[in-house]
Design a binder for this molecule. Structure first.
Ligand SMILES: Cc1ncc(COP(=O)(O)O)c(C=O)c1O
Length: 363
């Protein structure tokens, strides 16, 4: 049996995979496969509408927010956000490589304004979340990355911000309840907690989109992708990524059937505690992130002092026991176990057992 700890794309609910396979064979009893239908067919419009409703229900998204399903990945949002929102200045919290990339994309748009890096944790290889900084009130927005997929740190609360708060939630969306009303815009690639790669979600409060209509490239302007007069046209200005949206739809149905985001959070806390407790107990391993900022999604650890030479041996040992995707990112080294929503607790228990067995043999 394989235990999938990949960082992204990742393990998805079996139910969502099975439903997608069935839809590819025969979409909604039409006798035609999902990959072969027009996105204008009524059956598809129903999937789009229900997917949007699932997002609204699961995250309690207020009516004045639009939910968009776009292409291009979270990386496209790194420049779409400043193009839509920046007119003089933006502010960024740099907590990892993805946050840094987002700030750098905004920095390229010199015609729109300047970028202030409010705080950074680069001094300690991004192993903590900076605190005690001041958010500049003269900026158009403050951008954060709530979970740092590579370094295993996470902002566990919805911050209070005096200006529009924008969050990249690519790797922790739907892992915990979120007060959406505290954010002006939330975006992310789906390929962790809400589906496969290929669709990007954007949750945007309508009133923040103030730039003159027609002044932005059509596809970049968020307003292109929703239409109050024709709600069936939401995210269908051009051909939407039908297949990943369908799997997202089924993944969200699974989230709902398993206790919603409160249920996910409970499971995630339990899984993360199991693994972090073992890292803290087992003298052969040590966690890399500051304890208070540890991510519930990406658990990063390395061999402890005196055991550094056993890294390859543990990797081989874990691989033999079915562990997949636990190699740490090259900028941190060691190991990273990503334990997103659909990662079963049995997989976490198997990894913990593997660490204990390795200790008995080598400790
Ligand atoms: C936090 C975060 N932001 C952005 C990205 C980039 O996403 P995409 O590949 O969809 O552009 C990733 C990818 O892993 C990520 O983890």
């Amino acid at each position: 049996m394989k235990h999938n700890f990949n960082a992204g794309p990742v393990v998805l609910p079996k139910e969502a995979i099975e439903a997608t396979i069935n839809a590819i064979r025969d979409f909604a009893g039409t006798g035609i496969g999902l990959l072969e239908i027009s996105h204008r067919t009524p059956g598809w419009e129903k999937v789009m509408a229900e997917t949007e409703q699932l997002w609204r229900d699961l995250l309690n998204i207020p009516d004045n927010y639009r939910i968009l399903f776009l292409g291009g990945g979270a990386s496209t949002q790194f420049y779409s956000v400043p193009m839509n929102l920046m007119s003089k200045k933006s502010a960024y919290l740099v907590t990892g490589v993805w946050a840094k990339k987002a700030a750098e994309e905004a920095q390229k748009l010199t015609n729109l304004g300047t970028v202030e890096v409010v705080a950074s944790s680069k001094d300690k290889n991004f192993n903590y979340i900076p605190k005690g900084y001041t958010i500049p009130t003269d900026a158009d927005y403050f951008h954060i990355t709530t979970n740092n997929t590579i370094y295993g740190t996470e902002i566990h609360v919805d911050l209070d911000s005096p200006i529009n708060l924008v969050a990249d939630m690519s790797s922790d969306i739907m892992s915990r309840p979120v007060d959406v009303s505290k954010y002006a815009l939330i975006y992310g690639g789906a390929q962790k907690n809400v589906g496969p790669a290929g669709v990007t979600f954007v949750i945007v409060r309508e009133d923040i989109l103030k730039k003159e209509k027609g002044s932005l490239p059509t596809m970049i302007d968020y307003r292109t992708h929703y239409d109050k007069e024709a709600p069936n046209n939401n995210s269908m200005f051009n051909t939407p990524p039908v297949l990943p949206i369908y799997t997202m739809y089924e993944t969200l149905k699974w989230v709902k059937a398993n206790g919603g985001v409160e249920g996910m959070y409970k499971r995630n806390v339990e899984k993360a505690a199991l693994l972090y407790d073992e890292i803290d107990r087992n003298p052969m391993f040590v966690g890399t992130a500051e304890k208070e900022d540890r991510s519930l999604m990406n658990v990063c650890f390395v061999m402890n002092k005196g055991h550094e030479d056993k890294e390859d041996a543990f990797m081989a040992f874990a691989k033999e026991r079915g562990m997949v995707g636990i190699k740490g990112h090259r900028s941190v080294g060691g190991f990273r176990a990503s334990i997103y929503n659909a990662c079963p607790i049995e997989s976490v228990k198997a990894l913990v057992a593997c660490m204990q067995e390795f200790e008995k043999m080598n400790g």
